[in-house]
Design a protein around this ligand. Structure first.
Ligand code: CMC
Length: 427
C-alpha cells in the first residue's frame, strides 16, 4: 500500500491522496485542496513552528523521550569524553571525524585566524563602559562583514570555508575582548601556542605575567561545555541563522542575527535565571518551601524541563560530572548544595515526575561558569562561541540544499477589510 494520507474535504466531497514521506506531508501538497477556482488553497497554521519541519538535516539528531543527542551520528557522551571542541566543530561542519592530518591542518587554520583587525579593536573600544558583552559580541560579529567584503560571495564553496574558519577563530577573541572591555581591562592578544580553550582563558584572564598558563582542568571543562553546546538542531537562533542566510546575506550578518536570538532569556539566558533562583533560595533549609511554591504555580524551577527532552537531558548528566572536576580546582560554589537538594527532591516528587521534568543543560552550567570567574552577563556569550560551529554548519547545509529558497512564511490576515482613507479633520 502506498504511503499516503487520504483527506476528504467535507465542503466539496472531494478526496485527496497526499504522499507521506519521512513521517511528514509536504505543506505545499495541501494547496490543491480548494473550495473554488479563486481559492488560494489550504495552508497550515503553526505559530512558533511547533510541528513544522523547515528542512532536511544530517547534522544533529535528538530523541527527547530517550534523552539521546547525536552529532553526525556520534553520541554526545562519547564526544564529551573523547573529543575536543575543535574536532567536534570539524565533525559538525564537514560530516566526518577528521583524520590526524586533517585535524592538524584544521587546528592550524583556526589558530592562524584568531587575530582581529586593529580597526575591529577600535570599533570595540567605542562601546559604552558598561555595555553588555553579548551586545558587544553580536555587533562586532556584524561589523566583520564590513572588513571581509568577500564574504558576500556565498555561492563559492572555498569562500564559505574561509569565512567559516574566520568566524570560528575570531568569535572567541571577540568574546574575550567584550569581557575585558566590560571590566575595563586591556585586551589580550591571542597566544597561538595554546589550545583553543587555553587561548580563550588567556585572552580572558591574563594579567601582567609574560605568558599565561591555563589550568588544564578548567581548559578541559570549557572544552566539554563547548562540545555540549555546539549544536542543537532547529532551535530559535539556528532558525534565525538559516532565515537570514536564506536571503543570501553574508554569514557575519546572519550570525549576528542568530546571536541576537540567543541573547533572549528563553534561549541562551536560562542558566543566568538558575543562578538568580539559587541565590533567592539562599539556604538549603528553604528548598522544600521553594518546591511547594513551584508546585502551587508561583514560579518555575529554572533549569528543569525542556520542550524536546522528556527525560534527563543527556548534556545535564555530563555537566554535573564536569562541575565536580571544576570545583576541585576553584572550590565549591556555595550554591551547589542548594542545587543538589533541589534536584534530589524534584526527581522524587510526583509533580515533576508525572510532568517528565528533569534537569536540563542549564541547571549546572551557570554554577560552573560562576566558579570559573565569569560574571553572569558572559553566560550567553559563552554559549555563542561553540554554537558558532553549529550555526555555520546549518547555514552551509541550507545553501547546498536545492529544496531551500528565501524563507517566507505565510500569514492568516485578521485585520480590517478594504476601507477608504479618512482625512485627519474627519477622524
Ligand atoms: N518548573 C515547574 N513546572 C514546570 C516547569 C518547571 N521548570 N516546566 C514545565 N512545568 C510544568 C508546567 O507548569 C506544565 O504544568 P501543567 O501541565 O500542570 O500546566 C507542564 O510542566 C508542561 O509545561 P509546558 O510549559 O507546557 O512545557 P514546555 O515544553 O512548553 O516548556 C520549558 C519547556 C523549557 C520552557 C519549561 O520546562 C521551562 O520553563 N523550564 C524552565 C526554564 C528553563 O530551564 N529553560 C531552559 C531550557 S534548556 C535550554 C536550551 O536547550 O535552549
Amino acid at each position: 500500500m502506498a504511503d499516503t494520507l487520504t483527506i476528504t474535504d467535507n465542503r466539496t466531497g472531494k478526496t485527496y491522496e497526499i504522499p507521506v514521506q519521512d513521517g511528514a506531508i509536504k505543506a505545499m501538497d495541501l494547496r490543491q485542496i480548494k473550495t473554488g477556482a479563486d481559492d488560494f488553497g489550504l495552508m497550515t497554521y503553526d505559530p512558533a513552528f511547533q510541528n513544522t519541519a523547515a528542512c532536511r538535516s544530517k547534522i544533529t539528531y535528538i530523541d527527547g523521550d530517550k534523552g539521546v543527542l547525536l552529532y553526525r551520528g556520534y553520541p554526545i557522551e562519547q564526544l564529551a569524553e573523547q573529543s575536543t571542541f575543535i574536532e567536534t566543530a570539524y565533525l559538525i561542519l564537514f560530516g566526518e571525524l577528521p583524520t590526524k592530518s586533517q585535524l592538524e591542518s584544521w587546528t592550524r587554520e583556526i589558530t592562524l585566524h584568531t587575530m582581529l583587525h586593529e580597526n575591529v579593536k577600535k570599533f570595540m573600544e567605542g562601546f559604552q563602559y558598561d555595555a553588555h558583552p553579548m551586545g558587544i559580541m553580536l555587533s562586532t560579529v556584524g561589523c566583520l562583514s564590513t572588513i571581509y567584503a568577500d564574504a558576500k560571495r556565498i555561492g563559492e564553496e572555498d569562500n564559505r570555508r574561509l569565512q567559516i574558519r574566520r568566524l570560528i577563530a575570531k568569535v572567541p577573541t571577540i568574546a574575550a575582548w567584550a569581557y575585558r572591555h566590560s571590566i575595563g581591562r586591556p585586551y589580550v592578544y591571542p597566544d597561538n601556542d595554546l589550545s583553543f580553550t587555553g587561548n580563550f582563558l588567556n585572552m580572558l584572564f591574563k594579567m601582567t605575567e609574560l605568558k599565561y598558563t591555563p589550568s588544564p582542568v578548567l581548559a578541559r571543562a570549557l572544552d566539554i561545555l563547548f562540545i555540549l553546546h555546539a549544536d542543537h538542531e532547529q532551535n530559535c537562533s539556528t532558525s534565525v541563522m538559516r532565515g537570514i542566510g536564506s536571503s543570501q546575506a553574508d554569514p557575519y550578518s546572519a550570525l549576528a542575527g542568530a546571536a541576537g536570538a540567543l541573547a533572549g532569556p528563553l534561549h541562551g539566558g536560562a542558566n543566568e535565571a538558575v543562578l538568580r533562583m539559587l541565590n533567592e533560595i539562599g539556604n538549603i533549609s528553604r528548598v522544600p518551601d521553594f518546591i511547594t511554591r513551584v508546585k502551587a504555580g508561583e514560579g518555575r524551577l529554572m533549569g528543569f524541563g525542556h520542550r524536546v527532552y522528556k527525560s534527563y537531558d543527556p548534556r545535564a548528566r555530563i555537566i554535573k560530572q564536569t562541575a565536580d572536576e571544576v570545583f576541585e580546582v576553584t572550590g565549591k560554589s556555595p550554591l551547589l548544595d542548594i542545587a543538589l537538594e533541589l534536584e534530589r527532591i524534584a526527581l522524587e516528587d510526583e509533580y515533576f515526575v508525572s510532568r517528565k521534568l528533569y534537569p536540563n543543560v542549564d541547571f549546572y552550567s551557570g554554577l560552573i561558569y560562576q566558579a570559573m570567574g565569569f560574571p553572569v552577563a558572559m553566560f550567553p556569550v559563552l554559549f555563542a562561541i561553540p554554537r558558532t560551529a553549529g550555526w555555520l554548519a546549518q547555514w552551509d547545509e541550507m545553501l547546498r540544499d536545492s529544496d531551500q529558497k528565501i524563507a517566507r512564511p505565510r500569514q492568516i490576515y485578521t485585520g480590517a477589510a478594504t476601507r477608504p482613507y479618512v482625512t485627519i479633520d474627519k477622524r
